[in-house]
Structure formats: structure tokens, C-alpha cells
Design a protein around this ligand. Structure first.
Ligand code: MLT
Length: 407
């Protein structure tokens, strides 16, 4: 008799963005011909930067000739990309990250989901609320939580992110082992200052804890005083893994390329308290379960660091930030309290009532899709998240419709 992993039965029925897609499909089936504006899932709409497209074409041509054809590449990524990342994203900002500490992958969703495999079954895990649901669900699947009740899983230490703390949680008074942080934040759009991140790094060092720092949205930071990487904070190399992605930075959601940084200075501990470096554990996991991102896609990602690539990628994030400004201004004008959207592509709006009801109202009356805050956790109840990833035309049309319905 094949037994199932019963932890899966603790999960909520479907993944948040699948549930939203299901509701939108059902609405469209009942209302054919209604044109829906999608400001829900954070999926890019603008084409890849021309520098990336050029590199992609050239790499495809290499694959077409016997002399330059490549089969399996290194699982952790080609040196040309790992070196470009270490130099441009870290060393240039004073963060001592080496190329062999960078693991290229097919997405931060997968990496933030998979990383928990290298840690013990029993851990105290601190998870912000609201939060990107992948962090929670993958720990549920792995059996690190109890049952779900009243919007929360038993056994997790929730870090409440509210208007009172500016959606940036402070370290808890009690010790925890594993901490998930994401800045600029998905879903609230909040950013963390150097001092706030330094408090977390200190806490992790004191408690021999580990921070999983999701920096997938760092390219949207415009305020020069904000850190873009946790490794800009002294001591973070010893207590943090960082995740980054080309998805939102350069429009790679459909082409897939991201990376995870696991510094060699990081350690976990055995039951007996012996320190074990994490870099070889992640190397073992990654090389066993992953065969690398395709060569043409890695060449396209490398092109993001060329002079034209950098300018074109910045123009893309500027474009989405300008959309976010339109969204912010509209909702503020309608009298709602808004967070995010200035150093982030997400605008978090306090709608003061049931998030899913508000979602349904906007879908049915304005034909605009947003993300209900409650889908990100109990503290998200009463909020919606509006994504700035769309064409200017669609954002403006969406805001026109929202204005009409909410006025
Ligand atoms: C989101 O909308 O939160 C993101 O698109 C999800 C993701 O990047 O996986």
C-alpha cells in the first residue's frame, strides 16, 4: 500500500495564485467578451532587454554548430555568469561574495522552496505574516508544522507585519532557528533600512540562527540609503543565504533564471552541536537534483551586466515603477492608505474589509484582478496587493475602472 505524505493534507486547498486564476477563469467563462485587466500575479509583460535577446540569439547559433555546441553545463552555472554576478551585484557594492558562492538556478520560487531540505525536521521557524506563500507551504509539506487553524499553522513563529511597525518586523524576544525575510517585500512593498537588517543579523549571530533573505525585488530600490543585499550588513556572510532573480529585474519570468548565494562562512549544527558548513550541503543538493539552466539563457542573463543591458534593465524597472506611481496615486486619491510602490513593484492597500470579498467586487464590477491580502496570511486580511507589472495602457485602464467602482 503506497502511503502519501499526509503533510500535504494540511495545506490549504490550492496555491494562492492558482486559486486566483481559477476564479478569473470561472468569471470569464460566465462573462465571455468581458475584458479583464490583470494586476494580480507579479508577472512581467514587457519584452526582454534587446541586449539579452542579442545574447540569446548568438548562443542559440553556437548550439547549432558542432564546434560550439554544449551539452550539460555545470549544475551551479557557468563561470561567466557566476563571475558577472559576484562582481556586479556584490563586490561592486562592498559585499565580499565570490563566484563559487553563487548557485545559478531556474527561479527563486524553486530555491526558496527547496532550501529547507538541508535543515533538520524539527526547527523553530520565524515567518512574516503576510508572506509569499511558498515559504510556509514548503515547510508544511516537509512536516515542520502542525494543523492549519484560523489562518495559521501551528508550530510556526509568525512575525506580524502591520501598519504599526511599517510592515517590517523586529526580531522576536525568543530564539528561533530559521528566519524568512523578503525586502523589498512581497506582498507589502515595504523596504528595510540598514539598521533594521543589522538588528536581524545581530539576532541571528547571537542565536546561531540562519536568515533566508529573498531579494528578488532589489532592482526596484531607488532610495540610495537602502541596502540592496543583506551582505552589505557586516557579519551577514556568517548568517544569511540570499536569493535573487532575473525574473522581475530583466523580464525573465518566462525564460527562467535566478541565483542563490550560499557563503562559505555559513554554518549549521549537528545534534551534538558540531558546526557544519552549509556550502557543501547545498552543493550536494543542487548537483544531485538540478542539471543547470540552459546555456543560451545564462548568456542572456550575463548580458544584463553589459553597459547596454544594465541601462535597458533599469529602463524596464523604471517603467514598472512609473506604473506603481499611477496605482499609488489613484488609491491614495480615493482615500485609501497605501504602502509600497516606490522602491517596489507592489502596492499594498488597506481596504478595511474582507480581502476576498473586495477581490470579487473588483473582478465582477471593474473586471480588474488584484491579489487579496488574506491569501498571504492573517495579517493580510483587510488589504489587497496591486501589481505594477503590466502595460501602461492596462494600468491606466485598470485605475479608471477602479476609480469608477470605488468612488
Ligand atoms: C507574486 O505575484 O507574488 C509573484 O509573481 C510570485 C512569484 O514570483 O512566484
Amino acid at each position: 500500500m503506497i502511503r502519501i505524505n499526509e503533510n500535504y493534507t494540511k495545506l490549504q486547498a490550492s496555491y494562492l495564485f492558482s486559486e486566483i486564476a481559477r476564479r478569473v477563469r470561472a468569471y470569464q467563462a460566465e462573462n465571455p467578451g468581458k475584458n479583464v485587466v490583470r494586476l494580480g500575479i507579479g508577472d512581467v509583460t514587457e519584452p526582454l532587454p534587446p541586449a539579452c535577446v542579442g545574447a540569446l540569439h548568438a548562443a542559440v547559433d553556437e548550439m547549432a554548430a558542432r564546434e560550439s555546441f554544449r551539452g550539460y553545463g555545470p549544475e551551479q552555472g557557468y563561470d561567466f555568469l557566476r563571475e558577472a554576478i559576484a562582481k556586479n551585484d556584490y563586490q561592486s557594492r562592498g559585499a565580499a561574495i565570490e563566484a563559487d558562492e553563487v548557485f545559478v538556478s531556474d527561479g527563486s520560487k524553486c530555491d526558496t522552496a527547496n532550501v529547507q531540505e538541508i535543515f533538520a525536521d524539527k526547527l523553530t521557524i520565524a515567518i512574516p505574516d503576510p508572506v509569499y506563500p511558498v515559504y510556509v507551504d514548503t515547510n508544511v509539506m516537509a512536516g515542520r508544522t502542525g494543523k492549519h487553524s484560523k489562518g495559521r499553522y501551528k508550530g510556526l513563529a509568525y512575525l506580524e507585519c502591520t501598519e504599526a511597525n511599517g510592515f517590517v518586523p523586529a526580531p522576536p524576544p525568543e530564539p528561533v532557528d530559521l528566519i524568512y525575510l523578503c525586502f523589498p517585500n512581497n506582498p507589502t512593498g515595504a523596504t528595510a533600512t540598514r539598521e533594521q537588517l543589522a538588528a536581524w543579523v545581530d539576532y541571528a549571530r547571537t542565536n546561531k540562527a540562519l536568515i533566508l533573505f529573498d531579494a528578488a525585488y532589489e532592482a526596484f530600490i531607488r532610495d540610495p540609503s537602502l541596502p540592496r543585499s543583506i551582505y552589505e550588513i557586516e557579519g551577514a556572510r556568517e548568517v544569511a543565504i540570499e536569493f535573487r532573480s532575473f525574473s522581475k529585474t530583466a523580464g525573465f519570468t518566462g525564460t527562467r533564471c535566478a541565483f542563490t548565494v550560499v557563503p562559505k562562512a555559513l554554518h549549521g549544527y549537528t545534534k551534538k552541536g558540531e558546526a557544519v558548513p552549509l556550502h557543501p550541503l547545498w552543493t550536494r543538493r543542487h548537483t544531485t537534483k538540478f542539471n543547470g539552466v540552459s546555456y543560451p539563457i545564462q548568456r542572456a542573463a550575463e548580458a544584463v551586466y553589459s553597459d547596454e543591458g544594465r541601462a535597458q534593465a533599469t529602463a524596464l524597472t523604471d517603467f514598472y515603477l512609473a506604473n506603481a506611481a499611477v496605482i499609488r496615486a489613484t488609491l491614495a486619491e480615493l482615500g485609501y492608505t497605501v504602502t509600497g510602490g516606490d522602491n517596489s513593484p507592489y502596492v499594498w492597500v488597506n481596504v478595511g474589509k474582507d480581502s476576498w470579498k473586495f477581490f470579487d467586487k473588483l473582478l465582477k464590477r471593474a473586471q480588474v484582478v488584484v491579489t487579496p491580502g488574506a491569501g498571504f496570511g492573517r495579517c493580510g486580511q483587510g488589504y489587497i496587493r496591486i501589481s505594477a507589472f503590466n502595460s501602461r495602457e492596462n494600468v491606466e485602464e485598470g485605475m479608471r475602472r477602479i476609480r469608477k467602482v470605488l468612488k
